[in-house]
Design a protein around this ligand. Structure first.
Ligand code: HEM
Length: 194
């Protein structure tokens, strides 16, 4: 039997994922050693990342035939709300140059952003823990993502992606994987240059 596309996508991109987990700010959050200022920096970096990627993703007309409304998966507003809870209201409009050329590459990017809600379920608890009994303990909306529907939303996306991929040529399938790798690199560079 052919390997599920999701299995291949996850396996091929695992080294990129693991590299992110060891970046300074994610590691500090995971180990509960992050300060309020560092957490603000983390959210500002991810806001820049989400703005760049989400603005590109929504441009594709193919979403309608793909079968999900990509706008339901966007999370830049949650980052702004967390920053506001932390007292940061004048969010910087600084963005990196990013151009996503085709729909399959965009699917790879959205896979990474949506998949990150899986680790987010762990990280959201870390935020409540590290800022327990401070006004910031609920500034975890970004990691909480879609609340009780978080896993369901990711599974819905993956089911739709699996179906879509089954009709694609190998080249186009590889473009999805390439998009996911590019996205991981974009996030890593964002964290490094923050
Ligand atoms: C300290 C930081 C992080 C931790 C501890 C973490 C942890 C996790 C965990 C536990 C899973 C679920 C694995 C599974 O069910 O097999 C996961 C999945 C995932 N994470 Fe992370 N993660 C982190 C950061 C990130 C970041 C920054 C991104 C990208 C922006 C990301 C992207 C993903 C993706 C795409 C998946 C889904 C993989 C799949 O099932 O296909 N993660 N992560």
């Amino acid at each position: 039997m052919n390997k599920q596309f999701h299995t291949k996508l996850k396996e091929d991109t695992k080294p990129f994922h693991d590299l992110l987990e060891s970046q300074t700010l994610p590691k500090k959050l995971y180990t509960l050693s992050i300060t309020k200022e560092e957490y603000i920096k983390y959210l500002e970096i991810f806001l820049m990342i989400h703005i760049c990627i989400e603005d590109e993703i929504v441009k594709f007309p193919q979403w309608e035939s793909f079968g999900i409304d990509a706008r339901r998966y966007l999370r830049k507003e949650l980052l702004k709300q967390d920053l506001s809870l932390l007292g940061v209201n004048d969010v910087s409009s600084h963005t990196q140059q990013l151009k996503i050329d085709d729909f399959e590459t965009a699917l790879g990017y959205l896979y990474v952003l949506t998949g990150s809600t899986m680790g987010g379920m762990v990280l959201s608890k870390k935020v409540s823990e590290v800022f327990a009994n401070t006004p910031y303990e609920n500034a975890n909306l970004y990691f909480n993502a879609f609340g009780v529907d978080t896993q369901k939303m990711f599974m819905e996306f993956m089911r739709t992606l699996e179906m879509y991929a089954s009709s694609l040529s190998e080249d186009k399938k590889n473009n999805i994987i390439k998009g996911a790798k590019e996205c991981y690199i974009f996030v890593k560079e964002g964290l490094e240059n923050g």
